[in-house]
Design a protein around this ligand. Structure first.
Ligand code: S3P
Length: 432
């Protein structure tokens, strides 16, 4: 075990302060990919510092795209667009831990007239890819996989538009197909079973493409040229969730998060936290390239029962681990339903949450597609496993703040996938 990757979290008395979050992961991936196939240069400020978004840049470099980090911390990226055609890679693309990279970029490489192999780490090699393979094959790509899992070998070119009903609600799949649709002949129409985050659509429009939305369907016409943009990536709301949940643990807490993404397809988290009793206000709202940005102020308060089900589960899919991790401290607890997808994320997030909560002495009812966690429980510190999953590492660092005695997060470096500075920032705003 790598000793470096252990972090000790001590119980806190309060959370107070202001945190600037790294650029939103979903938007960073999409901006980088579209900048790569746009005409002319793009400048992306507050690009995510996480390893996942670096994987996307690495893959784009292997596809002949020139990009550069303009600042020391690497938050400003300049990408020289290659136009719609990229160059054949000399080696397999390394997508690391990033499901977003492999799924969304597969839509772009499927539209290129060369073969590409895409692979990733052990966790990514277990994740289901049929959801992109089936529709991309229907568009004319040839794809080989390991029983529907990475590595993927994609022979692209000559795509034709399709009319596709997505069986799984997934923004990654929707974006993959919109990217492929841009490179295909004719129109591609995608219907989603439930509204998912719309950053793919918003980003395509920002780069100059035209799309049409009709109820639950979105269409794009192939062959449209994109133009490079200068953009600021809003702070990541899914990373902000850890600080908001930390604030929810202490009645006297106060946290300010400036420049955070407020896109309505992501902001369900705020409604749920308000329902649960956190006092939240949003100010300085502005729009940047179609994305809403604002400053969040939150104050801790009592937390009542919450049920997350149906469309809410899809909308909160990345925040459920931290909501579940703090649920035992609430008055009313939390029930999560319709969350089968949680089992095929970077880890099986239902099993991971249940295992760690039990180590802390909590009672958890694990279900095939969700969990029930009663409120009013008393937790103790423990050795907690990240299961190699960034959101599990961060969720349990937050849960550990209210436990009795200290906790060790083993595999804490997983947080670097989306938020390398997380532990320092959490430490900075907590007082013991
Ligand atoms: C993402 C969509 C979600 C989410 C992931 C990022 C995106 O995945 O869990 O962290 O940027 O589109 P699914 O599309 O698999 O639901």
């Amino acid at each position: 075990m790598d000793i470096e990757s252990q972090v000790i979290v001590r119980p806190a008395r309060n959370v107070r302060g202001s945190v600037s979050l790294p650029g939103d992961k979903s938007i960073s991936h999409r901006y980088a990919m579209l900048a790569a196939i746009a005409d002319g240069p793009s400048r992306l400020e507050n690009y995510s510092t996480g390893a996942d978004c670096a994987s996307t840049l690495g893959c784009l470099g292997s596809l002949g795209v020139k990009w550069e980090r303009k600042t020391e911390g690497g938050h400003v990226i300049e990408v020289q667009g290659s136009g719609l055609s990229l160059s054949a890679p000399r080696q397999p693309l390394d997508c690391g831990n990033s499901g977003s990279t492999i799924r969304m970029l597969s839509g772009i490489v499927a539209g290129q007239k060369f073969g590409t192999e895409m692979a990733g780490d052990e966790s990514l090699s277990r994740r289901p890819m049929e959801r992109v393979i089936t529709p991309l094959k229907a568009m004319g790509a040839e794809i080989a996989s390991q029983n529907g899992r990475p590595p993927l070998r994609i022979a692209g070119g000559n795509l034709k538009g399709i009319n596709y009903q997505m069986p799984v609600a997934s923004a990654q799949v929707k974006t993959c197909l919109l990217f492929a649709g841009l490179l295909a002949d004719g129109e591609t129409r995608i219907e989603e079973p439930m509204r998912t985050r719309d950053h793919g659509e918003v980003a395509l429009r920002a780069f100059g493409a035209q799309l049409e939305r009709n109820g639950g369907a979105v269409s794009i016409l192939g062959g449209q040229r994109l133009r490079g943009i200068d953009a600021l990536v809003p702070g990541d709301l899914s990373s902000a969730a850890f600080f908001l949940c930390a604030a929810a643990l202490f009645p006297g807490s106060q946290i300010t998060l400036p420049g955070i993404l407020m896109n309505p397809t992501r902001a369900r988290l705020l409604d749920i936290l308000v329902q649960m009793g956190l006092k939240i206000s949003v100010s300085h709202l502005e729009e940047q390239h179609g994305e809403l940005i604002g400053t969040i102020d939150a104050h801790g308060a009592a937390w009542t029962k919450a049920v997350i089900a149906g469309a809410d589960t899809a909308a909160l899919i990345d925040e459920i681990p931290v909501l579940a991790a703090i649920a035992p401290y609430s008055e009313g607890g939390l029930e999560v339903r319709d969350g089968k997808e949680l089992r095929v994320k970077e880890s099986d997030r239902i099993a991971a949450v249940a295992a760690n909560l039990r180590k802390m002495g909590a009672e958890v009812e694990e279900r095939p597609d969700g969990m029930v966690i009663h409120g009013g429980q008393h937790l103790h510190g423990a050795e907690l496993d990240s299961f190699g999953d960034h959101r599990i590492a961060m969720a349990f660092a937050v849960a550990a703040l209210r436990a009795e005695g200290e906790s060790t997060i083993v595999g804490a470096d997983a947080a670097g996938v989306s938020y390398p500075a997380f532990f320092e920032e959490l430490h900075r705003v907590t007082s013991s």
